[in-house]
Design a protein around this ligand. Structure first.
Ligand code: PMP
Length: 353
């Protein structure tokens, strides 16, 4: 027998990224849109897919999709880029601006993939801890820039805490350094102020977006960024050839053309988010953090263990996310449909009493 191949050092120290995908009554653990796609959108997508020349490679420049993104935001075509989910956009940004010898600053607690993708691309991570209310203030900006990072991640609204970050903090980061400031706005349609207006004057700011949340298209895997043309030219240098399939591009084009219908659901989702915060805040000794996103972070009463509460909810058919590894004793629940949130609130009341 020949010897087994060894992966690069460190690979086997890392656990695979998995989020449970369980058949439960209320799946509230991955911040998806709980509503099905509008019928008009599905019809348009089915028609577009039928006519695709799948014997050919797809458009490697994603021209029509990028034109839709550019028109949707009134942003130059040359400054837009698309990929399979915003996770792939983040990966490409790190392939171009991170890498061996390069350093990325992150403000914790935040989206786990920022540090994970940095590791994947051999980019060193410098983590700065924010305390409740998890806002990037002047002191945090100064601290982050003192290390002269090459990339700075800002997540706004931030996952898992839910709060948006001040655009002034992004402006300050961009103004005072030549690092690439990556503003992850996966949840911006639910609340908070976008940093997009900074891109024109600050070519070191890139805003990343996704169709996985507000556009109800998590299954299609579509993300994009809005940046200066030179950033997009750098992404062209590191991308895989034909990385976005013709099927995915067609889905994205149809989605953006039906943006009005998809985003019509936002009000209902925000209403459930606010309902969660109100109801949790009224529960004895439960702390609910204010949220600009489509999810709410909360801690059960002191003395109750997050993992135990998570399991008790799951036993009642409600799946949420245990984030106690990021914020002490914290759990995160996605703003689902009215029925799902009723189930969640009833189950939690039962578990806590
Ligand atoms: N950014 C943040 C902050 C997220 O929470 C997520 C998904 N959970 C993503 C990016 C990735 O989204 P996608 O790859 O589906 O576009």
């Amino acid at each position: 027998m020949s010897p087994a191949a060894q992966p690069r050092p460190g690979v086997r120290d890392v656990e695979p990224y998995v989020s449970p995908q369980l058949e439960v009554v209320a799946r509230l653990n991955t911040n998806e849109c709980p509503h099905p796609l509008p019928q008009d959108f599905s019809d348009a997508l089915a028609g577009a897919v039928r006519d695709l020349p799948l014997n050919r490679y797809p458009d490697g420049q994603m021209t029509r999709l990028r034109e839709e993104v550019a028109a949707h935001h009134g942003h130059p075509f040359e400054g837009t880029w698309t990929a399979n989910g915003s996770n792939e956009i983040l990966t490409e940004l790190l392939l171009a601006y991170g890498g061996p010898g390069q350093r990325a600053a992150i403000f914790e607690p935040t989206y786990l993939l920022h540090s994970r993708l940095s590791w994947l691309t051999h980019t060193a991570v410098i983590a700065h801890r924010l305390e409740d209310p998890f806002i990037i203030n002047e002191h945090a900006v100064e601290q982050a820039l003192a290390d002269e990072p090459d990339v700075v991640f800002v997540c706004s609204p931030n996952n898992p805490t839910g709060n948006a970050q001040p655009v002034e903090a992004v402006a300050e980061l961009a103004h005072a350094s030549s690092a690439l400031i990556v503003v992850d706005e996966a949840y911006i349609e639910f609340g908070g102020e976008s940093a997009l207006k900074l891109v024109a004057d600050h070519p070191n700011v890139v805003v990343t977006r996704t169709l996985s949340k507000a556009f109800a298209l998590a299954g299609a895997r579509i993300g994009y960024c809005l940046a200066a043309p030179e950033v997009v030219r750098d992404l062209q240098r590191v991308r895989l050839p034909y990385h976005m399939s013709a099927l995915t591009q067609a889905a994205g084009i149809a989605a953006l053309r039906h943006a009005g219908e998809a985003t019509a659901m936002l009000g209902a989702i925000r209403a459930q988010r606010d309902r969660i915060v109100d109801r949790l805040s009224a529960m004895p000794r439960v702390t609910a953090y204010p949220s600009d996103a489509n999810f709410v972070l909360f801690t059960p009463p002191p003395g109750r263990d997050a993992a135990e509460v998570w399991q008790a909810l799951l036993d009642r058919g409600v799946l949420i996310r245990d984030l106690s590894s990021l914020v002490s004793r914290a759990l995160r629940v996605t703003a689902g449909t009215e029925d799902e949130i009723t189930q969640f609130l009833d189950a939690l009341t039962e578990v806590l009493t």
